[in-house]
Design a protein around this ligand. Structure first.
Ligand SMILES: [Fe+2]
Length: 244
């Protein structure tokens, strides 16, 4: 096996994958940045984001199930504990997200019965599959670089689209504010753990594949939202997509 000379190269190569990825030129994100979203489009986005983000605990658990390294297990558990409101379910991240959907006029029961798009399901399944296919280190890489590492940049753009469509109370947007701050620190901790453990080019290649697959699946996720928006526009009753 070949050895890696420097982890700086590893970090740079992983950050390059996310920084130069086509995700950032996605038409949906362009429309968010320029505040062109309508309220109904934000509702569709919110439902699909909820379907993905509420699975994050299972995604972390899936990585944990493939990991025998105690220090990494602890880091994943801390991340999971944050996800579950540090023991207070009124502060769990799915509950913080429901503050947002309620402010958009989406009832919890309606939210619960909405099906994820095929593309949203594919994004969830990509993250659930990666630890089993590429190992826990690569899965941590996907969470670190393609999820928590991009949340700040991604959510700031989505946030522009959301506040451009609806004047929502500040407390309904707490999910975004929490993640813009919390995920940067999660990503930094995971990067340090990965840095200490990647020793071979083969391991780095697996992390790169995992990061790229997660980024590609994220593009598909936004393609799914765009597809649903088009379906929504051609539908005679615009509320059909939000009702039972
Ligand atoms: Fe979260």
């Amino acid at each position: 096996m070949k050895n890696l000379s420097s982890f700086v190269q590893v970090q740079e190569s992983l950050r390059e994958i996310t920084a130069n990825h086509p995700l950032w030129n996605h038409e949906f994100l362009n429309r968010c940045r320029t505040r062109q979203l309508a309220l109904q489009e934000v509702q569709l986005l919110a439902i699909q984001m909820y379907k993905f983000s509420k699975e994050f605990s299972r995604i972390l658990a899936s990585i944990l199930s493939c990991c025998q390294d105690e220090s990494v297990q602890l880091a994943i558990l801390e991340n999971l504990f944050d996800e579950m409101g540090r023991g207070d379910l009124t502060q769990s991240h799915p509950e913080l997200f429901r503050h947002f959907t309620r402010a958009l006029g989406i009832d919890d029961n309606i939210l619960a019965i909405q099906a994820p798009n095929l593309e949203t399901e594919a994004l969830i399944n990509t993250y659930l599959r990666i630890p089993h296919q590429y190992g826990f280190l690569a899965a941590l890489g996907a969470v670190c670089y393609a999820s928590e590492g991009i949340v700040s940049a991604l959510y700031i753009q989505l946030y522009q689209g959301i506040i451009g469509a609806a004047p929502l109370p500040k407390e309904s947007l707490v999910f975004f504010e929490v993640h813009i701050h919390l995920d940067d620190s999660h990503a930094a901790k995971l990067a340090a753990l990965i840095e200490a453990r990647v020793t071979t080019v083969e391991e780095l290649e697996n992390i790169k594949l995992a990061v790229l697959e997660a980024m590609n699946a994220r593009v598909q996720f936004f393609n799914g939202i765009e597809r649903q928006i088009i379906e929504y526009q051609v539908n005679a009753n615009p509320f059909n997509l939000l009702k039972v």
